[in-house]
Design a protein around this ligand. Structure first.
Ligand code: SAM
Length: 283
């Protein structure tokens, strides 16, 4: 498999995913009890967007690049928190795009010393990057193996509260089926955990089929949020992306319904596409 997240790091889909991830972690931090975080497809952890693949694709320019153009005071609090974290990762005096934080780095920055993280990544180079940047930290484990197997092995976590991020590269046709299998396994072992799944809006049929299969699975409390940056009939590969959240925190739906149109306005000045927040399955 050739997927390299550096091409896409910081793009509009990463921005949506990482803003929501931060909101989910903020919610977990409201209680003093430690939380558990599993990243089944962790990536390399940090990306220098001023180099190589990121510059070749230029995708970040329509994502984090856009948000960095605005003063923090002009941003909604959740977006300002995200921009501040991105800048903090680069460090003072350095361009904010030189150390773009992927999901493991975001959670590592936000967690308390008692919160535990397990990061699964099969690509040897990415797993090594994770080991050097985060592997030395207490309560952070890096497993260089299949994320779906890691999910089976790690759940239920001893903390009994926390979050699983499932963020696969969608390189294979059966990725939605694998996700469904992982969700069914996870939910059976740990029904109260929060699960956040990223998916691409490339064609219509696959997410619809995934929704139907989820409806038949017996899993309840499933929220779907999407942001597209091009019209629905656009022939361009990735016109948008979605996040399916099982057991979202209370009121996340209402907050995202306010926040996502704001985010979309900032990222897509010509207004193409749009956002949605829908309960696929209620209580
Ligand atoms: C979309 S990227 C992850 C990005 C990361 N979650 C973030 O938000 O910064 C997907 C990653 O999954 C890795 N990967 C592919 N197949 C995998 C598998 N079966 N198990 C774990 N990781 C896998 C790829 O090498 C790639 O780094």
């Amino acid at each position: 498999m050739n997927y390299r997240h550096a091409f896409h790091a910081g793009n509009f889909a990463d921005v949506l995913k990482h803003v929501v991830l931060m909101m989910l972690v903020e919610h977990l931090k409201k209680k003093p009890a430690p939380f558990f975080y599993l990243d089944t497809h962790a990536g390399g952890g940090t990306y220098d967007l001023s180099l190589g693949e990121s510059q070749r694709s230029g995708e970040y320019k329509n994502g984090i690049g856009r948000l960095l153009e605005f003063p923090e005071a002009a941003l909604a609090p959740e977006l300002a928190d995200y921009v501040r974290l991105v800048k903090a990762c680069a460090g003072p005096g350095r361009s904010a795009i030189t150390a773009y934080p992927g999901s493991p780095t975001i959670v590592a920055k936000m967690r308390r010393l008692t919160d535990r993280m397990v990061l699964a990544e099969t690509h040897a180079r990415e797993a090594q990057a994770l080991r050097s940047s985060l592997g030395w930290q207490k309560l952070v484990s890096i497993v260089a193996s299949d994320g779906y197997a890691a999910l089976k092995a790690q759940l239920p976590p001893r903390e009994n509260r926390g979050l699983v991020l499932i963020d696969p590269p969608f390189e294979t046709d059966n990725e939605f089926d694998r996700i469904l299998g992982a969700l069914e396994t996870g939910h059976e072992r740990w029904p109260t955990g929060t699960y956040c799944i990223w998916y691409p809006l490339t064609e219509r049929a696959a997410p619809l089929r995934f929704r139907r299969n989820l409806e038949g699975s017996g899993i309840r409390k499933v929220l779907d949020v999407t942001m597209s940056v091009m019209p629905d009939d656009s022939a361009v590969g990735l016109r948008g992306s979605g996040l399916v959240i099982v057991n979202p925190p209370w009121l996340l739906d209402e907050r995202l319904a306010e926040l996502l149109p704001d985010l979309h306005r900032l990222l897509v000045p010509d207004g193409a596409g749009g956002t949605s927040v829908d309960w696929w399955i209620g209580e």
